[in-house]
Design a protein around this ligand. Structure first.
Ligand SMILES: Cc1cc2nc3c(=O)[nH]c(=O)nc-3n(C[C@H](O)[C@H](O)[C@H](O)COP(=O)(O)OP(=O)(O)OC[C@H]3O[C@@H](n4cnc5c(N)ncnc54)[C@H](O)[C@@H]3O)c2cc1C
Ligand code: SF4
Ligand code: SF4
Length: 429
Protein backbone atom coordinates (compact mmCIF):
# COMPACT_ATOMS: atom_id res chain seq x y z
CA UNK A 1 0.00 0.00 0.00
CA UNK A 2 1.04 3.56 -0.65
CA UNK A 3 0.76 6.29 1.93
CA UNK A 4 0.70 10.03 1.45
CA UNK A 5 2.71 12.54 3.45
CA UNK A 6 0.18 15.30 3.87
CA UNK A 7 2.87 17.89 4.71
CA UNK A 8 4.31 17.49 1.27
CA UNK A 9 1.34 16.77 -0.95
CA UNK A 10 0.54 19.74 -3.16
CA UNK A 11 -2.82 18.28 -4.27
CA UNK A 12 -1.86 18.52 -7.92
CA UNK A 13 -3.53 15.28 -9.04
CA UNK A 14 -0.58 13.92 -11.04
CA UNK A 15 -0.67 10.61 -9.12
CA UNK A 16 -4.40 10.21 -9.81
CA UNK A 17 -3.81 10.46 -13.53
CA UNK A 18 -1.26 7.61 -13.68
CA UNK A 19 -2.91 5.10 -11.36
CA UNK A 20 -4.01 2.14 -13.52
CA UNK A 21 -6.64 0.91 -11.05
CA UNK A 22 -8.21 4.22 -10.01
CA UNK A 23 -7.06 3.76 -6.40
CA UNK A 24 -6.37 7.45 -5.75
CA UNK A 25 -8.97 10.14 -5.26
CA UNK A 26 -8.18 13.83 -4.89
CA UNK A 27 -10.85 15.39 -2.70
CA UNK A 28 -9.75 19.02 -2.83
CA UNK A 29 -7.10 18.98 -0.09
CA UNK A 30 -7.33 15.31 0.87
CA UNK A 31 -5.70 12.55 -1.08
CA UNK A 32 -7.41 9.23 -0.47
CA UNK A 33 -5.77 5.94 -1.43
CA UNK A 34 -8.07 2.94 -1.45
CA UNK A 35 -7.51 -0.77 -0.89
CA UNK A 36 -7.66 -1.20 -4.67
CA UNK A 37 -3.95 -0.20 -4.79
CA UNK A 38 -1.83 -2.98 -6.36
CA UNK A 39 1.54 -1.47 -5.41
CA UNK A 40 2.64 -0.84 -8.96
CA UNK A 41 4.63 2.22 -7.85
CA UNK A 42 3.68 4.43 -10.82
CA UNK A 43 2.31 7.20 -8.63
CA UNK A 44 5.63 7.49 -6.75
CA UNK A 45 7.39 8.45 -9.94
CA UNK A 46 4.66 10.88 -10.99
CA UNK A 47 4.64 12.90 -7.77
CA UNK A 48 6.58 16.16 -8.22
CA UNK A 49 7.24 16.63 -4.48
CA UNK A 50 7.97 13.09 -3.28
CA UNK A 51 4.84 12.99 -1.15
CA UNK A 52 4.07 9.32 -1.74
CA UNK A 53 5.86 6.46 -0.07
CA UNK A 54 5.55 2.71 -0.04
CA UNK A 55 4.23 1.43 3.29
CA UNK A 56 7.06 0.76 5.76
CA UNK A 57 9.35 3.53 4.43
CA UNK A 58 11.00 5.10 7.46
CA UNK A 59 11.24 8.86 7.10
CA UNK A 60 12.15 9.21 10.75
CA UNK A 61 15.84 8.64 10.01
CA UNK A 62 16.01 12.23 8.81
CA UNK A 63 17.59 14.56 11.33
CA UNK A 64 15.65 17.81 11.85
CA UNK A 65 17.29 20.84 10.25
CA UNK A 66 18.48 23.44 12.73
CA UNK A 67 18.40 27.18 12.21
CA UNK A 68 18.67 30.37 14.19
CA UNK A 69 17.24 33.86 13.76
CA UNK A 70 16.02 36.78 15.87
CA UNK A 71 12.28 36.42 15.27
CA UNK A 72 10.05 33.64 13.95
CA UNK A 73 6.61 34.77 12.81
CA UNK A 74 4.05 31.97 12.53
CA UNK A 75 1.36 32.68 9.92
CA UNK A 76 1.50 34.93 6.83
CA UNK A 77 -1.88 36.66 7.10
CA UNK A 78 -1.92 40.47 7.32
CA UNK A 79 -0.82 40.38 10.98
CA UNK A 80 2.12 38.05 10.41
CA UNK A 81 3.37 39.63 7.20
CA UNK A 82 3.30 43.15 8.64
CA UNK A 83 5.09 41.90 11.78
CA UNK A 84 7.74 40.20 9.62
CA UNK A 85 8.15 43.20 7.32
CA UNK A 86 8.48 45.70 10.17
CA UNK A 87 10.83 43.48 12.19
CA UNK A 88 13.07 43.02 9.14
CA UNK A 89 13.04 46.78 8.51
CA UNK A 90 14.23 47.24 12.09
CA UNK A 91 17.27 45.13 11.28
CA UNK A 92 16.20 41.81 12.80
CA UNK A 93 16.72 38.46 11.08
CA UNK A 94 13.20 37.10 10.52
CA UNK A 95 11.66 33.84 9.39
CA UNK A 96 7.99 33.94 8.34
CA UNK A 97 6.33 30.50 8.31
CA UNK A 98 3.07 29.84 6.45
CA UNK A 99 1.44 26.43 6.45
CA UNK A 100 -0.51 26.99 3.24
CA UNK A 101 1.12 26.44 -0.10
CA UNK A 102 -0.36 29.67 -1.45
CA UNK A 103 -0.39 32.70 0.84
CA UNK A 104 -3.87 34.25 1.00
CA UNK A 105 -5.71 31.25 -0.35
CA UNK A 106 -8.27 30.01 0.40
CA UNK A 107 -9.70 33.39 1.42
CA UNK A 108 -11.63 33.51 4.68
CA UNK A 109 -12.85 37.09 4.59
CA UNK A 110 -15.45 39.52 3.22
CA UNK A 111 -12.45 41.73 2.38
CA UNK A 112 -13.75 45.12 3.56
CA UNK A 113 -11.41 47.73 5.04
CA UNK A 114 -11.61 51.49 5.59
CA UNK A 115 -9.16 53.68 3.63
CA UNK A 116 -7.87 55.34 6.81
CA UNK A 117 -7.07 51.98 8.40
CA UNK A 118 -5.26 50.68 5.32
CA UNK A 119 -2.96 53.52 4.32
CA UNK A 120 -0.69 53.49 7.38
CA UNK A 121 0.46 50.06 6.14
CA UNK A 122 0.34 50.05 2.36
CA UNK A 123 -0.63 52.36 -0.48
CA UNK A 124 -3.87 51.27 -2.19
CA UNK A 125 -3.10 49.43 -5.43
CA UNK A 126 -5.57 48.40 -8.16
CA UNK A 127 -3.87 44.96 -8.25
CA UNK A 128 -5.61 44.03 -5.01
CA UNK A 129 -8.60 46.36 -4.83
CA UNK A 130 -11.84 44.98 -6.25
CA UNK A 131 -14.05 47.95 -5.41
CA UNK A 132 -13.94 51.36 -3.80
CA UNK A 133 -16.94 52.03 -1.57
CA UNK A 134 -18.31 55.33 -0.32
CA UNK A 135 -21.73 54.34 0.99
CA UNK A 136 -23.25 51.98 3.52
CA UNK A 137 -26.84 50.86 3.78
CA UNK A 138 -28.27 48.96 6.70
CA UNK A 139 -31.62 47.19 6.44
CA UNK A 140 -33.59 45.54 9.18
CA UNK A 141 -35.27 42.41 7.89
CA UNK A 142 -38.50 41.36 9.51
CA UNK A 143 -39.83 44.89 9.76
CA UNK A 144 -40.60 47.70 7.37
CA UNK A 145 -37.72 49.72 8.71
CA UNK A 146 -34.82 50.44 6.39
CA UNK A 147 -32.07 52.75 7.49
CA UNK A 148 -29.63 54.19 5.04
CA UNK A 149 -26.42 55.99 5.69
CA UNK A 150 -24.12 57.83 3.32
CA UNK A 151 -20.50 57.96 4.36
CA UNK A 152 -19.33 61.55 4.68
CA UNK A 153 -16.17 61.89 2.70
CA UNK A 154 -14.81 58.62 4.06
CA UNK A 155 -14.11 55.72 1.80
CA UNK A 156 -13.27 52.07 1.99
CA UNK A 157 -12.20 49.17 -0.16
CA UNK A 158 -13.21 45.63 -0.90
CA UNK A 159 -9.89 43.90 -1.31
CA UNK A 160 -8.78 40.92 -3.34
CA UNK A 161 -7.13 39.22 -0.39
CA UNK A 162 -5.58 36.44 -2.40
CA UNK A 163 -3.36 39.13 -3.91
CA UNK A 164 -3.27 41.53 -0.95
CA UNK A 165 -1.97 38.94 1.51
CA UNK A 166 0.67 37.76 -0.96
CA UNK A 167 1.85 41.32 -1.65
CA UNK A 168 2.29 41.94 2.08
CA UNK A 169 4.38 38.75 2.33
CA UNK A 170 6.39 39.85 -0.71
CA UNK A 171 7.07 43.17 1.03
CA UNK A 172 8.26 41.24 4.09
CA UNK A 173 10.63 39.31 1.84
CA UNK A 174 11.84 42.51 0.16
CA UNK A 175 12.55 43.96 3.60
CA UNK A 176 14.79 40.97 4.29
CA UNK A 177 12.53 38.39 5.98
CA UNK A 178 12.79 34.82 4.78
CA UNK A 179 9.36 33.46 3.87
CA UNK A 180 8.70 29.71 3.92
CA UNK A 181 5.42 28.43 2.49
CA UNK A 182 3.84 25.04 3.10
CA UNK A 183 5.74 25.04 6.36
CA UNK A 184 3.66 24.60 9.50
CA UNK A 185 4.76 25.32 13.04
CA UNK A 186 3.98 22.14 14.96
CA UNK A 187 5.22 23.16 18.41
CA UNK A 188 7.52 25.42 20.39
CA UNK A 189 11.04 24.87 21.64
CA UNK A 190 10.68 25.42 25.38
CA UNK A 191 13.37 25.63 28.05
CA UNK A 192 12.04 25.76 31.62
CA UNK A 193 8.79 27.18 30.25
CA UNK A 194 10.60 29.92 28.29
CA UNK A 195 9.97 29.98 24.53
CA UNK A 196 13.27 29.52 22.70
CA UNK A 197 12.00 28.81 19.21
CA UNK A 198 9.68 26.85 16.97
CA UNK A 199 9.42 23.31 15.68
CA UNK A 200 8.16 23.26 12.09
CA UNK A 201 7.50 20.81 9.32
CA UNK A 202 7.65 21.49 5.62
CA UNK A 203 8.52 19.90 2.30
CA UNK A 204 12.17 19.60 3.35
CA UNK A 205 11.23 17.73 6.55
CA UNK A 206 11.17 18.92 10.14
CA UNK A 207 13.07 21.90 11.47
CA UNK A 208 14.01 23.33 14.84
CA UNK A 209 14.39 27.09 14.65
CA UNK A 210 15.89 28.83 17.64
CA UNK A 211 15.05 32.50 18.07
CA UNK A 212 14.77 35.25 20.64
CA UNK A 213 11.09 36.01 20.02
CA UNK A 214 8.20 34.08 18.45
CA UNK A 215 5.28 36.11 17.07
CA UNK A 216 2.17 33.93 16.82
CA UNK A 217 0.03 35.29 13.97
CA UNK A 218 -1.64 31.98 13.23
CA UNK A 219 -5.19 33.18 12.88
CA UNK A 220 -8.44 32.00 14.40
CA UNK A 221 -7.16 28.41 14.55
CA UNK A 222 -4.15 29.54 16.59
CA UNK A 223 -2.25 26.94 18.56
CA UNK A 224 0.89 28.96 19.24
CA UNK A 225 -0.55 30.73 22.28
CA UNK A 226 -1.82 27.55 23.91
CA UNK A 227 1.55 25.84 23.31
CA UNK A 228 3.05 28.62 25.46
CA UNK A 229 0.39 28.20 28.15
CA UNK A 230 -1.82 31.16 27.15
CA UNK A 231 -5.56 30.56 27.25
CA UNK A 232 -7.06 31.62 23.91
CA UNK A 233 -10.02 29.23 23.92
CA UNK A 234 -13.16 30.84 22.53
CA UNK A 235 -16.61 30.45 24.01
CA UNK A 236 -19.33 29.58 21.51
CA UNK A 237 -21.09 32.84 22.31
CA UNK A 238 -17.91 34.71 21.34
CA UNK A 239 -17.59 32.95 18.00
CA UNK A 240 -19.29 33.90 14.75
CA UNK A 241 -19.78 31.03 12.32
CA UNK A 242 -19.64 32.53 8.82
CA UNK A 243 -20.46 31.50 5.28
CA UNK A 244 -20.11 33.57 2.13
CA UNK A 245 -20.53 33.19 -1.60
CA UNK A 246 -18.92 35.34 -4.23
CA UNK A 247 -22.02 35.86 -6.34
CA UNK A 248 -21.66 36.76 -10.01
CA UNK A 249 -24.38 38.12 -12.27
CA UNK A 250 -26.13 40.42 -9.81
CA UNK A 251 -27.12 44.07 -9.96
CA UNK A 252 -26.06 46.20 -7.00
CA UNK A 253 -24.58 49.65 -6.48
CA UNK A 254 -20.84 48.99 -6.92
CA UNK A 255 -19.95 51.71 -4.40
CA UNK A 256 -22.23 50.60 -1.56
CA UNK A 257 -21.79 48.07 1.27
CA UNK A 258 -25.09 46.56 2.37
CA UNK A 259 -25.79 45.14 5.83
CA UNK A 260 -28.89 43.18 6.88
CA UNK A 261 -29.91 42.65 10.47
CA UNK A 262 -32.64 40.33 11.74
CA UNK A 263 -33.04 37.41 14.12
CA UNK A 264 -34.15 35.09 11.34
CA UNK A 265 -31.46 36.26 8.92
CA UNK A 266 -28.44 35.88 11.18
CA UNK A 267 -29.05 35.46 14.93
CA UNK A 268 -26.57 37.53 16.93
CA UNK A 269 -24.82 38.64 13.72
CA UNK A 270 -25.64 40.12 10.34
CA UNK A 271 -25.59 39.47 6.63
CA UNK A 272 -23.47 41.53 4.24
CA UNK A 273 -23.27 42.28 0.53
CA UNK A 274 -19.90 43.83 -0.37
CA UNK A 275 -19.43 44.79 -4.03
CA UNK A 276 -16.55 43.20 -5.91
CA UNK A 277 -17.03 45.10 -9.19
CA UNK A 278 -18.55 43.94 -12.50
CA UNK A 279 -21.85 42.56 -11.16
CA UNK A 280 -20.17 40.58 -8.39
CA UNK A 281 -20.37 40.73 -4.60
CA UNK A 282 -19.26 38.93 -1.49
CA UNK A 283 -22.60 37.87 -0.05
CA UNK A 284 -22.27 36.31 3.36
CA UNK A 285 -23.37 36.22 6.94
CA UNK A 286 -22.17 35.40 10.42
CA UNK A 287 -24.28 33.79 13.14
CA UNK A 288 -23.43 33.69 16.83
CA UNK A 289 -22.50 30.04 17.25
CA UNK A 290 -24.56 29.39 20.41
CA UNK A 291 -27.71 31.02 19.01
CA UNK A 292 -27.87 29.44 15.57
CA UNK A 293 -30.37 26.64 15.07
CA UNK A 294 -28.94 25.76 11.68
CA UNK A 295 -25.61 25.98 9.86
CA UNK A 296 -24.42 29.39 8.69
CA UNK A 297 -24.48 28.03 5.15
CA UNK A 298 -28.17 27.15 5.39
CA UNK A 299 -28.95 30.60 6.82
CA UNK A 300 -27.07 32.08 3.87
CA UNK A 301 -28.93 29.99 1.31
CA UNK A 302 -32.27 31.13 2.76
CA UNK A 303 -31.13 34.76 2.88
CA UNK A 304 -30.09 34.75 -0.78
CA UNK A 305 -33.35 33.07 -1.82
CA UNK A 306 -35.28 35.79 0.03
CA UNK A 307 -33.60 38.61 -1.93
CA UNK A 308 -34.65 38.49 -5.57
CA UNK A 309 -31.71 40.65 -6.78
CA UNK A 310 -29.28 38.19 -5.15
CA UNK A 311 -31.17 35.02 -6.04
CA UNK A 312 -30.57 35.74 -9.71
CA UNK A 313 -26.77 35.46 -9.20
CA UNK A 314 -24.53 32.41 -9.37
CA UNK A 315 -22.09 31.44 -6.65
CA UNK A 316 -18.55 31.16 -8.01
CA UNK A 317 -16.68 30.82 -4.71
CA UNK A 318 -17.66 29.53 -1.28
CA UNK A 319 -15.92 30.86 1.82
CA UNK A 320 -16.48 29.54 5.33
CA UNK A 321 -14.79 30.58 8.54
CA UNK A 322 -14.97 31.44 12.20
CA UNK A 323 -14.50 34.93 13.61
CA UNK A 324 -13.54 35.55 17.23
CA UNK A 325 -15.79 38.26 18.71
CA UNK A 326 -14.38 37.88 22.16
CA UNK A 327 -12.79 39.86 24.96
CA UNK A 328 -9.01 40.04 24.87
CA UNK A 329 -7.33 37.00 26.47
CA UNK A 330 -5.86 37.84 29.87
CA UNK A 331 -2.31 37.69 28.42
CA UNK A 332 -0.99 38.24 24.90
CA UNK A 333 2.63 37.58 25.85
CA UNK A 334 4.72 34.88 27.46
CA UNK A 335 8.48 34.63 27.95
CA UNK A 336 9.80 34.98 24.39
CA UNK A 337 6.39 35.11 22.70
CA UNK A 338 3.69 37.53 21.53
CA UNK A 339 0.34 36.92 19.83
CA UNK A 340 -1.15 39.19 17.15
CA UNK A 341 -4.34 39.41 15.08
CA UNK A 342 -6.99 36.73 15.21
CA UNK A 343 -4.60 34.56 17.24
CA UNK A 344 -4.84 37.27 19.93
CA UNK A 345 -8.61 37.66 19.35
CA UNK A 346 -8.02 41.30 18.31
CA UNK A 347 -11.11 41.44 16.09
CA UNK A 348 -13.79 44.12 16.51
CA UNK A 349 -16.52 42.19 18.40
CA UNK A 350 -19.30 44.31 16.86
CA UNK A 351 -18.37 44.08 13.20
CA UNK A 352 -16.05 41.06 13.00
CA UNK A 353 -13.47 43.22 11.18
CA UNK A 354 -9.90 42.17 11.95
CA UNK A 355 -7.61 42.96 8.99
CA UNK A 356 -6.56 46.42 10.19
CA UNK A 357 -6.27 45.36 13.82
CA UNK A 358 -4.01 42.47 12.84
CA UNK A 359 -1.70 44.85 10.93
CA UNK A 360 -1.64 47.35 13.82
CA UNK A 361 -0.79 44.56 16.26
CA UNK A 362 1.82 43.14 13.89
CA UNK A 363 3.65 46.47 13.72
CA UNK A 364 3.49 46.98 17.50
CA UNK A 365 4.78 43.45 18.16
CA UNK A 366 7.69 43.94 15.74
CA UNK A 367 8.69 47.21 17.43
CA UNK A 368 8.52 45.69 20.90
CA UNK A 369 10.49 42.62 19.73
CA UNK A 370 13.25 44.88 18.38
CA UNK A 371 13.42 46.90 21.61
CA UNK A 372 13.41 43.78 23.82
CA UNK A 373 16.10 42.03 21.78
CA UNK A 374 18.27 45.16 21.83
CA UNK A 375 17.87 45.34 25.62
CA UNK A 376 18.68 41.64 25.98
CA UNK A 377 15.42 40.97 27.83
CA UNK A 378 12.58 39.09 26.11
CA UNK A 379 10.77 38.04 29.30
CA UNK A 380 6.99 38.32 29.51
CA UNK A 381 7.52 41.32 31.75
CA UNK A 382 9.55 43.11 29.08
CA UNK A 383 7.16 42.13 26.28
CA UNK A 384 4.16 43.36 28.30
CA UNK A 385 4.87 46.77 26.71
CA UNK A 386 3.19 45.29 23.64
CA UNK A 387 -0.02 44.68 25.63
CA UNK A 388 0.06 48.26 26.91
CA UNK A 389 0.60 49.72 23.43
CA UNK A 390 -2.17 47.55 22.01
CA UNK A 391 -4.59 48.78 24.70
CA UNK A 392 -3.68 52.39 23.94
CA UNK A 393 -3.91 51.96 20.15
CA UNK A 394 -7.02 49.77 19.77
CA UNK A 395 -7.64 47.63 22.84
CA UNK A 396 -9.83 50.08 24.72
CA UNK A 397 -11.98 50.64 21.62
CA UNK A 398 -12.33 46.87 21.15
CA UNK A 399 -13.29 46.43 24.81
CA UNK A 400 -16.02 49.03 24.29
CA UNK A 401 -17.23 47.17 21.20
CA UNK A 402 -17.42 43.98 23.26
CA UNK A 403 -19.46 45.72 25.95
CA UNK A 404 -21.85 47.00 23.28
CA UNK A 405 -22.11 43.56 21.73
CA UNK A 406 -23.06 42.20 25.17
CA UNK A 407 -25.46 45.05 25.92
CA UNK A 408 -27.50 44.57 22.78
CA UNK A 409 -28.76 41.00 22.99
CA UNK A 410 -30.11 39.28 19.86
CA UNK A 411 -33.64 40.65 20.47
CA UNK A 412 -32.40 44.23 20.70
CA UNK A 413 -30.42 44.28 17.48
CA UNK A 414 -33.24 45.84 15.51
CA UNK A 415 -33.59 48.77 17.95
CA UNK A 416 -32.68 52.21 16.66
CA UNK A 417 -30.05 52.50 19.41
CA UNK A 418 -28.24 49.41 18.15
CA UNK A 419 -28.50 50.51 14.52
CA UNK A 420 -26.88 53.82 15.43
CA UNK A 421 -24.04 52.03 17.19
CA UNK A 422 -23.62 49.53 14.36
CA UNK A 423 -23.57 52.25 11.70
CA UNK A 424 -20.74 54.02 13.49
CA UNK A 425 -18.84 50.73 13.86
CA UNK A 426 -19.07 49.72 10.20
CA UNK A 427 -18.34 53.26 9.06
CA UNK A 428 -15.23 53.39 11.18
CA UNK A 429 -13.66 50.25 9.72
C1 LIG B 1 -16.24 35.11 6.55
C2 LIG B 1 -15.32 36.16 7.13
C3 LIG B 1 -15.48 37.47 6.74
C4 LIG B 1 -14.61 38.46 7.24
N1 LIG B 1 -14.75 39.72 6.76
C5 LIG B 1 -13.88 40.68 7.17
C6 LIG B 1 -13.93 41.99 6.61
O1 LIG B 1 -14.73 42.29 5.71
N2 LIG B 1 -13.05 42.92 7.07
C7 LIG B 1 -12.13 42.64 8.05
O2 LIG B 1 -11.37 43.53 8.45
N3 LIG B 1 -12.06 41.39 8.57
C8 LIG B 1 -12.88 40.41 8.15
N4 LIG B 1 -12.77 39.14 8.65
C9 LIG B 1 -11.72 38.86 9.65
C10 LIG B 1 -10.35 38.82 8.99
O3 LIG B 1 -10.36 37.89 7.92
C11 LIG B 1 -9.29 38.43 10.01
O4 LIG B 1 -9.47 39.21 11.17
C12 LIG B 1 -7.87 38.64 9.48
O5 LIG B 1 -7.60 37.80 8.39
C13 LIG B 1 -6.88 38.38 10.59
O6 LIG B 1 -5.56 38.40 10.10
P1 LIG B 1 -4.45 37.51 10.81
O7 LIG B 1 -3.17 37.83 10.13
O8 LIG B 1 -4.54 37.64 12.27
O9 LIG B 1 -4.90 35.99 10.53
P2 LIG B 1 -5.17 35.22 9.17
O10 LIG B 1 -5.45 36.14 8.06
O11 LIG B 1 -6.19 34.18 9.49
O12 LIG B 1 -3.78 34.51 8.88
C14 LIG B 1 -3.30 33.47 9.70
C15 LIG B 1 -2.33 32.65 8.87
O13 LIG B 1 -1.65 31.74 9.71
C16 LIG B 1 -1.49 30.53 9.03
N5 LIG B 1 -1.25 29.48 10.02
C17 LIG B 1 -2.13 28.98 10.92
N6 LIG B 1 -1.53 28.05 11.68
C18 LIG B 1 -0.25 27.95 11.24
C19 LIG B 1 0.86 27.14 11.62
N7 LIG B 1 0.77 26.24 12.61
N8 LIG B 1 2.03 27.26 10.94
C20 LIG B 1 2.13 28.16 9.91
N9 LIG B 1 1.12 28.94 9.50
C21 LIG B 1 -0.06 28.85 10.17
C22 LIG B 1 -2.80 30.37 8.27
O14 LIG B 1 -2.67 29.47 7.19
C23 LIG B 1 -3.04 31.81 7.81
O15 LIG B 1 -2.47 32.08 6.55
C24 LIG B 1 -13.61 38.13 8.18
C25 LIG B 1 -13.46 36.79 8.57
C26 LIG B 1 -14.29 35.82 8.05
C27 LIG B 1 -14.09 34.39 8.47
S1 SF4 C 1 1.00 2.22 -6.31
FE1 SF4 C 1 -0.03 1.96 -8.33
S2 SF4 C 1 -2.02 1.12 -7.83
FE2 SF4 C 1 -1.22 1.92 -5.91
S3 SF4 C 1 -2.04 4.01 -5.82
FE3 SF4 C 1 -0.02 4.18 -6.80
S4 SF4 C 1 -0.44 4.07 -9.00
FE4 SF4 C 1 -2.30 3.32 -7.96
S1 SF4 D 1 1.22 13.66 -7.23
FE1 SF4 D 1 2.11 14.05 -5.20
S2 SF4 D 1 1.62 16.23 -4.81
FE2 SF4 D 1 0.32 15.60 -6.53
S3 SF4 D 1 -1.62 14.96 -5.52
FE3 SF4 D 1 -0.37 13.08 -5.77
S4 SF4 D 1 0.75 12.92 -3.80
FE4 SF4 D 1 -0.04 15.00 -3.90
Amino acid sequence: MIRVQVDRCGYCGACVSVCPVGAIELAETHLLISQACVDCGLCLAACPVGALQAEGYADSKRVPLRRRCDVVVVGAGPGGSVAAREAAKLGLSVLLLEKRQEIGSPVRCAEGIAHDMLVPFIEPDPRWISATVTKAQIAVIGSEKTVTRQAEGGKGYILERRVFDRVLAEEAAQAGAQVMVKTAATGLLLEDGVVRGVVARGPAGSMEIECAVVIGADGVESRVGSWAGLDTTLLLRDTMACAQYLLAGIEIDPACCYYYIGQDVAPGGYAWVFPKGEGKANVGLGVQADLATDSALNYLTRFIESQSHLAQGSPVTLVVGGVPVAPLPSRLVADGLMLVGDAARQVDPLTGGGIANAMIAGRLAAEVAAEAIAAGNVSAQALAVYEERWMAARGRKMARSYRLKERFGPDERTSSDFLRVFMVAVGGG
